[in-house]
Design a protein around this ligand. Structure first.
Ligand code: GDP
Length: 427
């Protein structure tokens, strides 16, 4: 298999973890290139559930190298907890199968604290962040006041930079938010100790990835969140603070664009979104509640109920065109069994204008009406189906119609959380 980018083509939580876990066997290296520990990827293997926050899903496969690259915002305490949790369950995590970039930025307690305080400050205008400090960490990175993983390995240097960072953060916490400041020396000693434990994993991951690529090894780039949450191209300001699509790979992983190979988007057979922000096909009624319950749509990291709605062909066409996706995987098709008639969002309307393309230029989505197309549902449970011809006719018709509307082929269907619950159509 050539190198591959797998990314979320909706608002995140599309089931990327499962697909990446499935594909990890076919590559040498799995790479996280952006985002932080808010992305809880859920993988189910032999009835056992694994939730991975920072470590790439390839860790569950012996012999695969897993890389946390420079573009990731790393909470080192969460990372150590994740390493320990995996080791306790019998997964070997060593510097042979986990590599951590010295250039990745560090999420500290002050970032988490400010994440919550900033949301409180914004009140009604809050974004609905996961409160993991990712936004404030990336803000420090852009302000050139952040610390990188490599800085943690040099205690004196780390202490000096951390003290400088905290002087500013404590001023904000005390004078703007009127809260108790952080204990600087406690943080300095805790994080330098963490640096010592992580040291064996730390390396120049960009150099290693480029060498692997030049040597003809296959790389799998694992995106977190989804393209509709992309910092530049998503529903700003209700977005995450990184470049979520394949566009984020060259800078986040430190590889040339040619190293990406094929790009595959992941999308559910319907839509969900966590947090605030535009979601045109959202169901605000009992049907939405039913969809949320059927799909177990609750955040794997935060437990927050996800907003749920119909498949949005306009948004999906946008994300697939933006990323130049070669194909997409439709997940959770099994969840739609028993629903119907199914609706597909095909265009938007407002003030007499009809939008068939994602209206990025709008400053607000208030008053936007969705034009739906109805599609017959199917009553059958399709979780055990493994061949296209065994799917109910209405289900096959639904897949074909979505494919036609978005203009990119479906290369795999997923009908359950387990690794083998898929129908391959070329992937
Ligand atoms: P990710 O962040 O994109 O990996 O998505 P999450 O892990 O947050 O959410 C996907 C959830 O759906 C997980 O609990 C998966 O085990 C589950 N899942 C993935 N694919 C399917 C599927 O095709 N059918 C069903 N029923 N569950 C699935």
């Amino acid at each position: 298999m050539p190198s591959l980018s797998v990314f979320g083509a909706q608002w995140g939580d599309e089931g990327k973890g499962k697909v990446i876990d499935l594909l990890a066997d076919r590559v040498h290296v799995v790479v996280r290139y952006q985002g932080g520990a808010n992305a809880g990827h859920t993988v189910v293997v032999d009835g056992q559930k694994w939730i991975l926050h920072l470590i790439p899903s390839g860790i569950l496969h012996p012999g695969i190298v897993n890389v946390i690259a420079a573009g990731v915002a790393v909470d080192p305490i969460t990372l150590l907890g994740e390493i320990d949790g995996l080791m306790k369950r019998g997964v070997d995590v060593t510097p042979r199968n986990l590599r951590l970039s010295a250039s990745a930025h560090v999420i500290f307690d002050q970032h988490k604290r400010l994440d919550a305080l900033n949301e409180r400050w914004k009140g009604e205008g809050r974004i609905g962040t996961t409160g993991r400090g990712i936004g404030p960490c990336y803000a420090d990175k852009a302000s050139r006041t952040g610390l990188r993983i490599g800085d943690l390995l040099d205690p004196a240097h780390c202490a000096a930079r951390l003290r400088a960072n905290l002087a500013e953060k404590n001023a904000l916490i005390e004078r703007v938010h009127e809260e108790v400041p952080m204990d600087v020396e406690e943080l300095v000693s805790r994080y330098t100790a963490v640096g010592k434990r992580l040291a064996p994993f730390v390396t120049d991951t960009g150099a290693e990835l480029r060498a692997a690529w030049r040597a003809g090894k296959e790389l799998l780039f694992e995106g977190a969140q989804g393209v509709m949450l992309d910092l530049d191209h998503g529903t700003y300001p209700y977005v995450t603070s990184s470049s979520t699509g394949p566009g984020g790979i060259p800078s986040g992983a430190g590889v040339p664009p040619q190293a990406i190979g094929r790009s595959i988007g992941i999308a559910k057979a319907y839509c969900t979104r966590v947090g605030e922000g535009p979601f045109p096909t959202e169901l605000m009624d009992a049907e939405g509640e039913r969809l949320r319950a059927a799909g177990h749509e609750y955040g794997s990291t935060t437990g927050r109920p996800r907003r749920a709605g119909w498949f949005d062909a306009v948004a999906m066409r946008y994300t697939l065109s933006l990323t130049g996706a070669d194909g997409w995987v439709m997940t959770k098709l099994d969840i739609l069994g028993g629903f119907g008639p199914l609706k597909i969002g095909v265009a938007y309307h407002r003030d007499g204008e009809r939008f068939t393309e994602w209206p990025s230029h709008l400053s607000s989505f208030d008053g936007l009406e969705v034009e739906y197309e109805d599609h017959p549902g199917w009553p059958e449970d399709i979780a055990a189906v493994r061949r296209m011809e065994d799917l109910p006719e209405a289900c096959r018709g639904y897949v074909a119609r979505l494919e036609e509307l978005v203009g990119v082929p479906v290369v795999m269907l997923s009908v359950g959380a387990e690794r083998d619950a898929v129908l391959s159509r070329g992937l």
